[in-house]
Every structure is written in structure tokens, then in C-alpha cells.
Write a protein that binds this ligand. Sequence first.
Ligand code: GDP
Length: 303
Amino acid sequence: FSRLKESLTKTRKNFVEKIETLVTRRRAIDEGFYEELEEILIGADIGINTAVEIVENLRAEVKKRKIDDVETLKEVLKELICNILGEGGASTALNINEDGLTVILVVGVNGVGKTTTIGKLAYYFKEELGKKVLLAAGDTFRAAAIDQLEIWSNRVGVEMIKHKEGADPAAVAYDAIQAARARRSDVLIVDTAGRLHTKSNLMDELKKIKRVINKDMPEAPQEILLVLDATTGQNAVSQAKLFGEAADVTGIALTKLDGTAKGGVVISIKNALKIPVKLIGIGEGIEDLRPFEPEVFAEALFP
Ligand code: GDP
């Protein structure tokens, strides 16, 4: 927890501390207060719509509960944000097939931390959950992507299926499924090329991979994880929208939450897209991937 809290330091400074300053400076809950609060929320990459919604709900609560002191107001604000993060109690846990193979397809544009996330995830499954993991180098578009993933597979100590650069990603997925079956793997993590130059292109490629996987496993993939970079703020939200339209994304892995002040983007993604954030990256190390737990996150944000 302290590691998570530490990684959110910049976000907390940019967001919670600004709210605290506002609360102490403006003693009255007036129009000016709400305006400034909205600005802080937007500045914290929560997204304009979500910021407006939070302020509106706050107004309503203040009226309903006849709140006139800023301390209570701060508590209500924390509650509202916690509610958004945990909304609907939608599960943020990874969907894992307990008595058979689990296939996880990983999508996202280059540079967001896709390879690193796959490596950390493989480590998490292997070391924390004691699973047998296989990787598939499905990003055949760049030779570097295959090499990078191989470095991670060696580091974690899991096997990897690869073809040559330029090979058909669906063929890699097919071989990987066969290999996972033959080796009795628990989890197969399939990397994909995150080219977004056209949506239909991406859609076709992912569909083909899915079709191949479904030949053997109609219920797979159990997860299609989209990797997003928190440091890109609202850009991450736009990417999520595009990918969400091109693939049935089941969860988001949000990377680089450490060292960014834009951690509010978690709230934005949660509220705008209704796709649950399932994993968060809080550093470059092999252990720096965490399951996303809304309450724990909110607690780290508002200590
Ligand atoms: P890819 O092109 O999407 O596969 O991106 P990479 O996995 O190669 O990562 C790009 C850079 O982001 C690398 O330098 C990683 O170490 C770094 N990175 C990935 N995840 C995190 C994270 O959670 N925190 C930090 N600080 N850096 C990260």
C-alpha cells in the first residue's frame, strides 16, 4: 500500500492538495468555490464531463444534507469519487478460468508500456498465483517487439512462442494455443501489434486472431486487455474509445501512474467508458503491477 501511495504522490499534489488549499482558502461554499473546484478537477485529468458531473452531484449533496462546513464537504467529495471508482461494484478482477487454459489478448499502441505490462503480468501469474504461463509474440510488425518480449520471457522464466517478423499474428496465436494445450499451461498471454492507423485494420487483425483462438476454445479469450499510458491524460481516454470500438475490450491496464500528476485519468476512464481498470502500473520493475482495487486506490489518493 505504501508503494502505491508513494507512486500517487504527484497526482495527490495536483489534485487532493489543491482541493485542500481551496477548502482552507475559501471558507464559504459559494459559486466561486464550485467554479474553482471544477477547474482543479479538470486540471487533474478527470475529464470535463466527469468534473462537471462530480461538481453537480456535490451541489446536490450539499443542498440535501444542508452542509455548510468545508470539512464535511471534503468528505462528501471523497465519497463521490470513491463511488465513481467502485461504481456498480463491477468486478475489477481478472477473469480467470480456474480449471483450464486462460487466454489473455493484450492490445494497445506502441510506447504505452504493453511489453512491460505483459512481462509483469506473466511474473504476477507465475510468482503470486503459481500459474504456468506461456507468452505469444503476436506483434510481428516490429522485430524489436518480438525481441523485447523475449527479454521479458527470459527475465520472468516463462516460455514464449514466436514467428519471424512480418509473420501472420493469427498463425502465432494458433501455434501458441496448440503449445499451451500440449504444455498444459494455465495462462496464455498474446501480444498484438497496436497499430491504430486505421480502425478497420486493427479490427480485422484482432478478429482474425480471435477466430483462430475460437477454433479450439470458443470461450476464449477470457480477457482483452487494453494497455493505456496514464501520463498521456485525456489522450488515453481517446485511445480507449477507439480501441473499445474496434475490439471487445474487457479491461484496462493503466501504466506509469508513478511519476505522473495525471492519475485522475483513472476516474475519467471509469466514468466515461464503463470499461473497468483492472491493473495499474506503478513503476518499471517486475513487481510494479497491481490489481486495481477501487477502495484501496481512493484511500491512497485521499489519505
Ligand atoms: P510498448 O512499446 O508499449 O511495448 O512499451 P514498453 O513496454 O517497451 O514500455 C515503454 C517504456 O515505459 C519503458 O521504458 C518502460 O520501462 C516504461 N514503463 C512501462 N510501464 C511503466 C510503469 O508502470 N511505470 C513507469 N515509470 N514506466 C513504465
